[in-house]
Design a protein around this ligand. Structure first.
Ligand SMILES: [Ca+2]
Length: 209
């Protein structure tokens, strides 16, 4: 191979590696295993995260995430981002639930956060919602759907964080997620904003970043 050809190949490879994050989430059904310490391909994790077959609605696997119960506002979660520009909105859909053997108890609840990140990876702001709570029936699936935005000034990434949070009372909980999607959409109409399938269950957390 000529030096020029090799150089071209290296340039192409470099361009591929430098390509920004994809416009859609990878492995939102959690069917593909991760590399190294990560349980799931495409997702970064921390805390109590594992693969499960309970409550799968697509394929055979879900992301099983357990509350850490370390005496504070403790979080276990997975996260993955897509590129965004200021003013854009994201449409998030997913299924979540818990099983009878490991219920979500009391104030413990799932987290569906969209974090707006700047070019240095710094957190600008975030929107925090809950998809599963202790008042839900066990062994049932909640279909969560929400339009979130707009992305603030300086945002280059919309990072979806899925997890569970317990309060200092250390109540337990394990949540399962499946069929997770987040896509960029055009700015919503007034009708879109009025539409809300989640009722009064929107929860804003100010103590956790
Ligand atoms: Ca799945």
């Amino acid at each position: 191979m000529s030096r020029a050809a090799l150089s071209l190949i290296l340039m192409v490879a470099g361009a591929l590696l430098a390509t920004p994050a994809q416009a859609q989430l990878v492995n939102g059904s959690f069917e593909s295993s991760g590399i190294g310490p990560e349980t799931f391909l495409g997702w970064v994790e921390f805390g109590d995260v594992s693969s499960s077959t309970d409550l799968a609605t697509d394929g055979t696997k879900t992301a099983r995430i357990g509350a850490p119960q370390n005496g504070g506002y403790d979080v276990s979660a997975i996260h993955q981002g897509i590129p965004i520009t200021p003013g854009q909105f994201v449409h998030v859909t997913l299924n979540s639930g818990f099983v009878t053997a490991t219920p979500i108890v009391g104030e413990t609840r799932s987290l569906v956060n969209v974090e707006w990140r700047d070019s240095g990876g710094g957190l600008i702001s975030y929107n925090s919602l809950a998809s599963s709570m202790s008042c839900d029936a066990p062994d049932s699936i909640h279909s969560f759907e929400r339009i979130i935005g707009p992305a603030p000034t300086g945002a280059v990434e919309a990072r979806l964080l899925l997890g569970i949070i317990n309060t200092p009372n250390n109540q337990p909980g394990v949540v399962h997620f499946d069929e997770v999607k987040m896509v960029i959409i055009a700015p919503p109409t007034k009708l879109d904003i009025q539409w809300n399938d989640f009722g009064s269950r929107t929860i804003e957390w100010s103590g956790f970043t």
